[in-house]
Design a protein around this ligand. Structure first.
Ligand code: NAP
Length: 440
């Protein structure tokens, strides 16, 4: 059976909808229904449903008959999901981004035993700029044990590194698709570090992971460390077009990257801290895996020399990164900008619900990207590159920026899960408790 969130088709002959009827002929998914006015004759109409369950109809020219058409697509059952680490910086962002998500419904939340048993509004110190969503206000926080989450298919993890490793493994072994933000499993050879616009093919590791670990339905996919995600997305158009031999990156990372409550105010106000524990080695190793090639049972890392210097700065959200590059093929700044401007919008082409219009954009403002002005580009899912110019030591230098808790964390996990759904990788609990894996 096709799970077709984004199907479209063209009617090939006049087709009358004298009455309301399920639109089987169109192969539009699940509960989608097409309603038309009586005696409407529809020929050559292109009918499509987008990822947010909005229907559109295009009519050919010339129009043979006048018609009135009403479409009403009722969304099918959404995947039941849980957010672990729901009280933290990343967890709160999940709760915010998943409100009214067309494919995912948060039915359960988990955190430490300190928070378990409390209502979300009691346990969580909500720090997002939008109101605490009603759907979660009275939801009871559970302890992060897989046995307490029999009702979910997908688990989004914003768990702290100290506990994420074992808990995420337990959930995957219990049949859940786990999308992790923690570092613990990132460098496991059978676990992909996924950024759909960069390395969507790395989902190919999931079958092997299941086989190797004896998991029939569950699996773990991680996203990268937040500064690595911004860097890999921002550099991908350049890597594809010119190749990269070496790079030096200096980051200016936001406070929210350290979780909540994060650094004491006395340490960060009026200050820059030139040390973030473990961050530099993570940028240097994860980026090579992300840019690497899938080889059935592992990723062969890219051979690029990467040197990272990481700093915490007095900014709330969003990481800014200055990068110098040694290219494999020489290029002018204009050619680099052209490569970024023409980088295909991969996630949009798949019509994933969270996809921004562009995964990476170039800004020609001389003094940007800046956190305050660019963190909301593409709702936080777009990486912005600016200030491309020649470098007198290496070949080229630029500045890039990405939102650390959206594309760099919760948003990145959500789009990873959307990619896995669209590829038919995730099992969904059907009514009656049986699982049906969808194929596309
Ligand atoms: N912040 C970012 O920008 C960012 C970006 C990428 C990746 N990450 C990674 O994402 C993860 C979460 O980061 P964060 O910044 O959101 O951290 P955080 O604000 O410190 O939140 C940690 C969460 O883990 C929960 N937790 C702690 N101990 C637990 C236990 N023993 N059992 C179950 N839950 C427990 C906490 O629940 P309680 O409230 O009950 O203690 C809280 O919900 C980390 O692995 C981090 O490295 C963060």
């Amino acid at each position: 059976m096709t799970l077709a969130f984004t199907d479209s088709c063209t009617l090939t002959k006049p087709y009358s909808f004298a009455q309301k009827q399920t639109c089987k002929k169109l192969n539009i998914s699940r509960n989608a229904k097409l309603f038309a006015m009586p005696n409407s004759f529809l020929s050559g109409l292109r009918v499509s449903v987008d990822s947010g369950w909005r229907g559109t109809v295009e009519r050919p020219k010339p129009v043979a008959f006048a018609f009135q058409l009403q479409m009403n697509f009722a969304p099918g059952p959404r995947y039941k999901v849980a957010v672990l680490g729901c009280t933290g910086s990343v967890g709160q962002r999940f709760i915010q981004l998943l409100e009214d998500h067309p494919w995912f419904e948060v039915v359960a939340i988990g955190a430490s035993s300190r928070s378990a048993g409390q209502r979300y509004s009691q346990a969580c110190r909500w720090k997002q700029a939008t109101p605490l969503p009603n759907y979660v206000r009275d939801m009871e926080i559970r302890e992060c044990k897989a046995s307490q989450f029999p009702d979910v298919d997908i688990v989004f993890s914003g768990l702290s590194n100290q506990v994420a490793g074992d808990i995420e493994e337990e959930f995957a072994a219990a049949g859940k698709a786990v999308f992790s933000n923690a570092k613990n499993h990132r460098m496991d050879p059978d676990v992909p570090i996924l950024i759909p616009a960069v390395n969507a093919s790395h989902t190919g590791l999931i079958d092997y992971q299941r086989l190797k670990r004896g998991w029939d339905k569950g699996f773990i996919v991680t996203n990268a460390n937040c500064s690595t995600t911004a860097m890999c997305l921002g550099l991908k158009p350049i890597l594809d077009r010119f190749g990269i031999e070496a790079l030096i990156v200096t980051t200016m990372q936001a406070i929210s990257g350290a979780g909540y409550p994060g650094l004491p105010s006395m340490d960060i106000i009026d200050n820059v801290v030139p040390f973030i524990g473990g961050e530099e080695p993570k940028m240097e190793s994860e980026s090579l895996k992300i840019f690497g090639q899938l080889d059935t049972e592992k990723i062969i890392p890219a051979s690029i020399k990467v040197s990272a210097m990481c700093n915490r700065v007095h900014v709330l959200d969003g990481h800014t990164e200055c990068v110098s590059l040694k290219l494999k093929t020489r290029a002018t700044p204009d050619e680099i900008i052209h490569a970024i401007d023409h980088f295909p919008s991969f996630t949009r082409s798949l019509k994933l619900p969270s996809s921004p219009e562009r995964d990476v954009i170039y800004t020609d403002w001389i003094d940007r990207p800046q956190p305050r002005l660019d963190r909301h580009t593409g709702n936080g899912f777009t990486v912005t590159v600016g200030r491309v110019r020649e470098c007198s030591v290496l070949d080229m230098k630029l500045v890039l920026f990405g939102h650390n808790t959206i594309i760099g964390a919760a948003g990145g996990s959500i789009i990873n899960a959307e990619l896995c759904v669209s590829k038919g990788i995730i099992a969904q609990r059907a009514k009656g408790g049986a699982y049906a894996v969808s194929h596309k």
